[in-house]
Design a protein around this ligand. Structure first.
Ligand SMILES: Cc1ncc(COP(=O)(O)O)c(C=O)c1O
Length: 452
């Protein structure tokens, strides 16, 4: 095994390539995690960090959860791989059954996968094959939103709507249409809620009509967008999208990678916003990160097209080697039961209310919190030079990045972007732990402002 000095040696690190990370900067001051417990992490130098982001919206039940670890240890001694092409395994079956029992409406069929990108790709391929088998072979286009993020693989990337993530890989697969996202603080149509009549949702109606409903297979959206700074729609938005999809016979896919598994105060964002999609995608908090696990769940209507008579040879022509991995499924079951039995969605609601109140107070004090927005334990802060006029900081100031990097230096991990920051601590977080995290954040905002 490499020792402490070897793992941080640039000559050793040069063989690694991290996600969305400039490696030349990273190797100079690498962050190398060593161990973690609850909402705490430590790096290889013993430095302590508050995990105010659940890794990256992942560790719902906190780090080093004894129940999840015990279940995984037990499973390790039994079976760690079962080829999904040949069959399945008891933990995978139980995980599917559990998710089907939790998912709203007729979302009853579950395909286990290993990453969020696989889950959204699966959803979009499922939608295309569904329409072919349901007698509407021309329905293939997918409508998604600018600012949406649906994953890093080519199809998921084609549905993604941020230029930074897309442009380096263009041309992307065709058949993906984007519409502006919902962003009441900076409305892309320069309208004001509620007088706008939710024009951003209504616009979908125009786009489907103009593309030709007979060509549109699905609409995919995140209930709350992460990119752009935790974009929370008004209550009528998702129900309106649902209604429009129904009018044109288009499937609605909810990408619940971030909002799923209790994060927004209900088990699924779908419940928080009162909509039932045709297909729901989960990942991240599904296994709390104890092993790679994601899932695509679909309703009985979609499923019915995949259960033809044996002689018809109908199957879902899609799969991944690690899908339904027994160890991952075990982690998913244990983490999900922990969420249910400890009623962590309720804690997300209670701690989320506290977090919101404290952030609003902090915002009033510093005057640069343009908007504090979120649900449950998912909160974003859009940072502005002047909260009355919404004047943003210049791109060069990159205020959010400065605050985020300073926070990391001081042992607090948050999500940051040049113009916003976000917090999403594990769903087990206590009021005392939140207070400690916020005290560090407060100091970082104060010191960043005085350094400008
Ligand atoms: C909303 C959403 N969808 C999909 C993905 C892709 O998930 P993964 O990185 O596990 O492939 C992410 C990842 O951040 C996400 O936030």
């Amino acid at each position: 095994m490499l020792d402490h000095d070897q793992v941080r040696d640039p000559d050793v690190l040069k063989h690694s390539m991290l996600d969305f990370r400039q490696m030349s900067t990273f190797v100079k001051q690498p962050l190398i995690f060593d161990h973690a417990e609850g909402v705490h992490c430590w790096d290889i130098d013993g430095k302590h960090y508050w995990d105010a982001l659940s890794g990256i919206f992942v560790v719902a039940v906190g780090h080093h959860n004894p129940r999840v670890l015990k279940a995984m240890h037990d499973q390790l001694d039994k079976l760690t791989f079962a080829a999904p092409l040949h069959g399945t395994n008891a933990p995978a079956i139980e995980c599917c059954e559990l998710l089907a029992s939790l998912a709203p409406g007729e979302l009853n069929t579950v395909k286990l996968l290993s990453s969020g990108s696989e889950a959204t790709e699966t959803a979009m391929k499922l939608a295309r094959q569904y329409w072919k088998q349901a007698g509407h072979p021309t329905k293939y286009k997918v409508i998604s939103r600018y600012w949406g993020y649906h994953g890093a693989t080519l199809g998921a990337m084609a549905a993604t709507g941020t230029p930074k993530r897309r442009v380096p890989f263009e041309p992307l697969p065709e058949g993906f249409i984007h519409i502006p996202t919902v962003h009441c603080y900076r409305c892309p149509y320069q309208k004001t809620y509620p007088d706008c009549g939710i024009f951003c949702a209504e616009y979908l109606r125009q786009v489907i009509a103009l593309e030709g409903p007979q060509t549109v297979s699905a609409v995919i959206v995140e209930p709350i967008g992460n990119t752009g700074g935790i974009l929370v729609p008004p209550p009528e938005y998702l129900p309106r999208l649902r209604q429009i999809c129904d009018e044109f016979d288009v499937l609605l896919i909810l990408d619940e990678m971030i909002t799923g598994m209790g994060r927004t105060g209900q088990m699924f964002g779908a419940q928080t916003f009162g909509v039932t999609p045709d297909i729901l995608c989960l990942g991240k908090g599904l296994s709390s990160g104890y092993a790679p696990l994601a899932a695509t769940i679909w309703n009985d209507r979609v499923n019915s097209a995949f259960w033809g008579p044996e002689e018809a040879g109908i199957e879902f022509g899609h799969g991944h080697t690690f899908a339904g991995n027994p160890l991952s499924a075990t982690a998913g079951i244990a983490s999900t039961r922990e969420i249910i039995e400890r009623d962590l969605p309720a804690n997300a609601r209670a701690m989320g209310a506290l977090l919101q109140r404290k952030l609003l107070e902090m915002g009033q004090h510093y005057g640069i919190f343009g908007e504090v927005r979120g649900k449950g334990l998912l909160w974003g802060i859009e940072l502005v030079r002047d909260s009355r006029t919404k004047e943003p900081f210049s791109d060069e100031t990159a205020i959010g990045k400065r605050i985020g990097l300073l926070a990391q230096e001081r042992g607090l991990i948050i999500r940051f972007d040049p113009q916003w920051i976000a917090l999403a601590p594990p769903l087990i977080v206590t009021a005392e732990e939140l207070e400690e995290m916020l005290a560090i954040l407060d100091g970082c905002v104060a010191d960043t402002l005085s350094s400008l």
